[in-house]
Write a protein that binds this ligand. Sequence first.
Ligand code: AMP
Length: 394
Amino acid sequence: MTPALEPVRPGAALGIFGGGQLGRMISVAASRMGYATRVLDPVPGCPASQVTRDHLVASYTDLQAARDLAGSTVAIACEFENVDAAALEVAERTTRVFPPARVLRIAQHRIKEKTTLRALGFPVPDFAAVLDQRSLDAAIEAIGLPGVLKTATMGYDGKGQQVIRQAGDARAACARLAPRAEPLIYESFVAFTHEISVIAARGLDGSIRCFPPFENIHRDGILDVTIAPARLPGQVLRAAEQMASGIIERLDSFGLICVEMFVTRDGGLLVNELAPRPHNSGHLTLDTGTTSQFEQLVRTMCNLPLGDTRPTIPAVMVNLLGDIWTRSGGDPDFAAALAVPGTHLHLYGKSEARPGRKMGHITVIANDVATALERALDARTRLEGTGSVKGRMK
Ligand code: AMP
């Protein structure tokens, strides 16, 4: 459908595929701007269901539910890549979908994603598609060791991937990751100095704005800490923004795209992965005095001018995984964490805390990055009830 270019008026309904924490934060941003939201998610009581006008309890592959959502909303956002692209295509017949199903199909398949990026001239690590042990051996021969073997689809937070350091590891990795003969991708292992991400927004009129790069630290494949501004030279940061702008433009996508990149020793950039939606590394935009990534997405959905993306203060975000609940006996000490200056607590309304499950995050703002980082780690430690290092020494 050809999109109308008038702004969507407050009071209209926006749809969201996915009712996790991202759907929840999109919903809050939309309602703050006067829009109603309808969320499609199979799980009753999911995080977004607690803050949305309507929760459509349905499977992501339910084409009738996708049709209903599209018929009752002026635009639909996806909170994650693994929404069924066929359902998005059905929705796209009657409403605007962010991102377009065409882009979602690229981002949900690592081989398609890297092939597309390379064809468009963007740098990616060396990679090869792997179908069986023989093609894995050939990929290792061509690309070398160490490398990372990943499932081409449905991988997230480091799941569905394994580092291969020596040829002897290959057979077990292949057997573990490809039980159903799904395609795998073998990538060269990048000895990066930093991991960064850039979230770019593109409106229906083609206007583009990026948030300045975020510096990300992962633990066990899951994002652990995000630092803004990233502690890298200006020229690397500018190149990263240019790359993210170029990618969203060349893909002719709309809404948000988060481009995750590796920074190499010589200051070069390689794209690791695309997420065409709000991203965990952008959560701190809720507290840094700029347009948040969620508001920016709503602006693109409603054909409103893109907002300012320059933060007014340094910030550090730390994720709160279910492990903290386990270690604190199910009762994290939120008051102790909130006593740390500059701390903002975000909880996602998940009733069950499991190890590795993202339950919330803390953002700490401060006049400099080093202080924000120290305080954010201190605030997280305090949640476990053991008090900060300084506190214990008193
Ligand atoms: P992904 O799910 O592809 O984003 O991978 C999760 C994390 O694994 C990344 O953030 C990196 O820390 C690490 N990783 C993934 N691919 C590679 C690679 N080719 N080289 C080095 N580290 C990687």
